[in-house]
Design a protein. Structure first.
Length: 219
């Protein structure tokens, strides 16, 4: 525990947002999903290729197929785009079986739509690179998204599973703080949440006072 830095991924299919955020210097990777790609109005392959040119880190691209053979065929094509592409697979029987195939073939995976500790255990058993528990969507239905992150961390630690816990469906700055407090390995978030991390009213107020004092002294 505590041996690796927390990673920040941007959760978007909009390349302009990635360019903007890349300037901050702390973006470690990008996650997409079919809804985010649809919002971009572009072809997944084009979006993923462009993202890989901007960010040198793990870039998750999700399969659309729901059957094992289809997932493998689609994932193999996505993996050809760039070495950094991570194949995102849904937490279904076929998705978990396909996770095993990709991990046996040394292709990175991100198992998505995880809502329970047992689901996360299955992903780890089949060698998933990342497990994506959806924090916000659990909170939305009155469950405790952060408790799930904590339970998965504990289970993985019990057995030394190396699957990284990728906190997803992060909706606000408090989710990011709490994810960091429970040792979540990766947090993926939309750009508005990332921007909110910079913000504190006392920072703005303090800076304005410093600049005003400087102006006065140098008038
Ligand atoms: C990861 O890429 C997930 O698909 C994403 O974080 C889901 O977030 P949402 O619940 O806000 O749609």
């Amino acid at each position: 525990e505590g041996e690796a830095p927390m990673q920040f991924f941007l959760d978007t299919g909009i390349v302009d947002e990635i360019r903007q955020a890349a300037k901050w210097g702390f973006i470690d990777g990008v996650t997409t999903n079919p809804s985010l790609i649809a919002k971009s109005g572009r072809k997944q392959e084009d979006v993923i290729r462009e993202i890989c040119e901007i960010i040198d880190g793990p870039i998750s691209a999700e399969v659309i197929a729901t059957d094992y053979d289809g997932m493998i065929a689609e994932g193999r094509e996505l993996a050809k785009i760039h070495d950094n592409v991570v194949i995102k697979l849904p937490l279904t029987e076929d998705g978990i079986a396909a996770t095993k195939w990709f991990s046996d073939n040394k292709i990175k995976t991100n198992v998505t739509l995880c809502f329970s500790p047992n689901q996360a255990l299955l992903a780890a058993k089949n060698g998933a690179t990342y497990i994506s528990p959806f924090i916000g969507r659990l909170d939305d239905i009155g469950h405790d998204g952060m408790a799930l992150i904590q339970e998965i961390k504990e289970i993985y630690l019990n057995y030394g599973y190396t699957t990284e816990v990728l906190g997803a469906s992060i909706r606000h700055a408090t989710h990011v703080r709490d994810a960091a407090l429970v040792g979540c390995d990766v947090a993926t978030m939309p750009i508005n949440v990332m921007k909110s991390l910079f913000k504190h009213p006392l920072t703005d107020k303090g800076l304005a006072a410093f600049l005003a004092d400087h102006q006065k002294a140098n008038a």
